[in-house]
Design a protein around this ligand. Sequence first.
Ligand code: NAD
Ligand code: UDP
Ligand code: UDP
Length: 316
Amino acid sequence: MKRILVTGGAGFIGSHLCKQLLQDGNEVLCLDNYFTGNKENIVPLLTNPYFELIRHDITEPYYAEVDEIYNLACPASPVHYQYNPIKTVKTSVMGAINMLGLAKRVKAKILQASTSEVYGDPAVHPQPESYWGHVNPIGPRSCYDEGKRCAETLFMDYHTQNGVAIKIARIFNTYGPHMNIHDGRVVSNFIVQALEGKNLTIFGDGSQTRSFQYVDDLVTGLTALMGTDVQVTGPVNLGNPHECTMLQLAASILDLTGSSSKLVFQPLPQDDPQQRRPEISKARELLNGWQPQTGLREGLTETITYFEQLLKIQKP
Ligand code: NAD
Ligand code: UDP
Ligand code: UDP
């Protein structure tokens, strides 16, 4: 039985990862400061004696004896990471240093949840890991993008300088149950708006693209990446190459919810990437043919069911 630390374990992706790691027969330490995470996400795990929940902020040092670390702690939606941008940088950079210091001390393997945002508003399409990106260092998204880029640098430097066993996952837009209802990401916004009969807010003209990955596919990719040979250290894209415009996404959600909500157009936020699609041949090759299994309509259906239940609970 391995003892595994998951930072950000009460968040959207972290809660699914904790559940999977427990199912695989591991002991899980879930560490979170609850900035964007939600205890409800992990309540079902609390009865498992091999699950331990710790309130902790990773900008502070943390001591434990573990075999593996998944470093997921960081607000991920623009609304949340821009709320306190300095704290976002601290979480990415000081958090990475602390978790790498821990990994170094106990000789644990450590995986960083990096992001497709390291590619910025990409001039190369689709994005391979070899692309260095197109990021504004002083814009509203910089705290997140540059924080994550610096964390990748720290991971590489702890590997080369201190021999820490590292993995870097560049995660593309991921959605599914347990997304924070207020976090402003497009999938949760559109679903909640459609279910509540409100207008769907399209930023810009809706022609910008993203490639949406269902959370179960990501979790499979993350655990497979952690399991790769020690010499696999470079970044690996984990995402679904199926690309769609925000107008197409809105149409699918209206169709699946049967909602008669209308579309309203609002200004495009500054530095909003125009296009994004992962090149996943590296993941396929390194992770035994891994590729996303869940289509957009199937994943959206699961997510809609989740939000339907949540909204009913919240209604008086
Ligand atoms: P989330 O906001 O649901 O989860 C992040 C978790 O980290 C939350 O539980 C939050 O409370 C916790 N946290 C934040 N700051 C912390 C701190 N200083 N100390 C301790 N805990 C802290 O977001 P998510 O979508 O689950 O994202 C998880 C990770 O995956 C993040 O690192 C994010 O950057 C990365 N990622 C997510 C996506 C996506 O589309 N969801 C895409 C790329 C990368
Ligand atoms: N650290 C931690 N837990 C540990 C070991 C280290 O949180 O088990 C922190 C430690 O406080 C330090 C950081 O990780 O600030 C980096 O550790 P490292 O050993 O690389 O650097 P140093 O202690 O020399 O600054
Ligand atoms: N977006 C939108 N309406 C919303 C929220 C987001 O049109 O209510 C757009 C946003 O401008 C971006 C895309 O949807 O072009 C994805 O946004 P999200 O915040 O989910 O992810 P990210 O921009 O970080 O990829």
